[in-house]
Design a protein around this ligand. Structure first.
Ligand code: NI
Length: 172
């Protein structure tokens, strides 16, 4: 069990476009195990590799384990080289937060349905539609793979204030 340090925005790796996974090997499996350990420990519902300083297109999620209905039961998903094939015109506004921006929350408007293609640990390809909270959560996670975070959707003024606060509290 390895719990990694979660980077705080605006640390460098969080602002970089991550590279696609090309080799599906034991090293990748170990990275994903570290990501799961770190996500559950945090505790969070999603974590992207850049958040632990690894610039690869990998994310893990377990969007329901912290809900009342799940009662702590875990069911994680692994997303490698994810790619949206379609996003709906219909949107919804959700209050988002992020392990890399502790105690910061903001309303973000995103498409509320998506079609996704991704790979699993063995390199097998999948394609599936997602909607609602799951669709929103995936867009949040995969933004990390493009060096984006949810405060990029807020006003420049609000964004600047948040970055200043995070730098002062965590990175000075
Ligand atoms: Ni995040």
């Amino acid at each position: 069990m390895t719990i990694k340090r979660i980077l705080i925005y605006p640390e460098d790796c969080l602002k970089q476009v991550a590279k696609p996974v090309k080799i599906f090997d034991a090293e990748l499996k170990a990275l994903i195990q570290d990501m799961l350990d770190t996500m559950y420990d945090a505790p969070g519902v999603g974590l992207a590799a850049p958040q632990i300083g690894v610039s690869l297109r990998v994310a893990v999620t377990d969007v329901y384990w912290r809900s009342e209905e799940a009662g702590g039961q875990r069911e994680h998903k692994v997303w490698i080289n994810p790619e949206f094939l379609w996003k709906s015109e219909n949107t919804e506004i959700t209050e988002e937060g992020c392990l890399s921006l502790p105690d910061i929350y903001g309303d973000v408007e995103r498409p509320n349905a998506v079609r996704l293609r991704w790979f699993d640990l063995e390199g097998k390809q999948y394609e599936e539609d997602f909607e609602g909270f799951q669709a929103v959560a995936l867009q949040h996670e995969f933004d990390h793979l493009d060096g984006k975070v949810f405060i990029d959707y807020l006003s420049p003024l609000k964004r600047r204030m948040i970055i200043k606060r995070l730098k002062k509290k965590y990175l000075s």
